[in-house]
Ligand binder design. Structure first.
Ligand code: SF4
Ligand code: SF4
Ligand code: SF4
Length: 321
């Protein structure tokens, strides 16, 4: 269905009315301790000192999520020449960094680091999404609902790990794409996100967050020569469901240096300040509606869309029924 301005504003006002109670409810809800709440939710430990860079995890993720085959085959190590980030066609990537993965220089020569959504305990992407298209599920996964997504890409801007990607080359109904933690949570702690199930070296361990933290601390105390005394994700951005062990400083192996405070709380306080005055939601949705209408016009003229995250824009629009 084509999107015209009237349809758009009508839809935008309807969305504003539907979303306002959720946003006002957020204002009134006291914040629980996310770490305590997440202790028994699912997580994954990435031990970069055990990763051999085989990219089996990438291949398994690609298959599980029915993503297109990559330009560089999964068996081709030439892919490591450039540092990569996850994108709309690869929800996880493995990068290679020169230098021993452990402080004692005893292991292999390179460090390999798998990157994907870390499933933050208090996700900025969820906080930034004004229509609730991003949701933190009780099991620990941060999942996405394309049916309510506006296409505003605020989640992409908000993510401190630069994870969500947009289907810029999809003309009809482009989605935000990222790892949605495809574990079969009904099986408890069975090794079943596809990536962890395929890992031949146990560099990826699936389990509850509390179990993984205990495991990581044990590994550090038993092999202080091998590991830095830092579990990346234990405290970063208030804690994440995916955790990392490294033998080298995080800055050397591509893990982003993020704060330990929860960025989402800052986003929320701005959002709550805005919504305190009631009439502003319509202004926000009106602005978003205008942006989408404008981008639709640009797409029709063959021009790239404008707005958040548009610097890499190739074209496209977002339609709603
Ligand atoms: S949990 Fe699933 S979606 Fe996420 S990186 Fe692993 S295989 Fe991909
Ligand atoms: S890493 Fe980014 S996309 Fe993933 S949950 Fe955290 S804020 Fe959201
Ligand atoms: S499957 Fe395991 S060892 Fe292979 S690249 Fe992925 S995390 Fe590393």
């Amino acid at each position: 269905m084509g999107v015209n301005r009237r349809h758009f504003l009508k839809w935008g006002l309807g969305a504003a009315a539907a979303a306002a109670p959720k946003l006002l409810a957020q204002t009134a809800t006291p914040k629980p301790d996310p770490k305590a709440a997440a202790a028994e939710s699912a997580g994954c430990l990435v031990d970069t000192t055990l990763c051999i860079g085989c990219r089996k995890c990438e291949e398994a993720c690609n298959r599980r999520n029915k993503l297109p085959r990559p330009e560089v085959p999964f068996t081709d190590a030439a892919v490591f020449r450039e540092e990569r980030r996850p994108n709309d066609k690869a929800f996880t990537v493995v990068n290679e960094y020169a230098g021993s993965p452990s402080p004692d220089q005893s292991a292999t020569k390179q460090t390999h680091v798998k990157v994907q959504c870390l499933h933050c305990l208090t996700p900025s992407c969820v906080s930034a999404c004004i229509v609730g298209a991003m949701v933190k599920a009780k099991d620990g996964a941060v999942v996405y609902n394309p049916k309510v997504c506006l296409g505003c890409r605020y989640c992409m801007v908000a993510c401190p790990f630069q994870i969500p990607a947009y289907e810029y080359d999809v003309i009809l109904k482009p989605r935000v794409r990222k790892c949605e933690f495809c574990a079969d949570f009904a099986k408890g702690t069975g090794a079943d996100p596809a990536c962890a199930a395929s890992c031949p070296t146990e560099a990826l361990v699936f389990g509850t967050r509390s179990t993984l933290l205990t495991l990581a601390k044990n590994r550090i105390s038993q092999r202080p020569d091998r590991y830095l005394d830092h579990i990346y994700g234990e405290n970063e951005v208030g804690g994440t469901s995916w955790l990392y062990l490294t033998g080298r400083p995080i800055a050397e192996v591509g893990l982003l240096d993020v704060p330990t405070y929860i960025p989402a709380h800052k986003t929320e306080s701005i959002q709550h300040g805005i919504f305190r005055y009631g009439i502003i939601p319509l202004t926000v949705y009106g602005a978003l509606g205008g942006l989408m209408w404008y981008n639709q016009r640009r797409a029709q003229k063959g021009q790239p869309p404008d707005g958040p995250g548009s610097e890499t824009t190739k074209g496209g629009s977002h339609e709603h029924e």
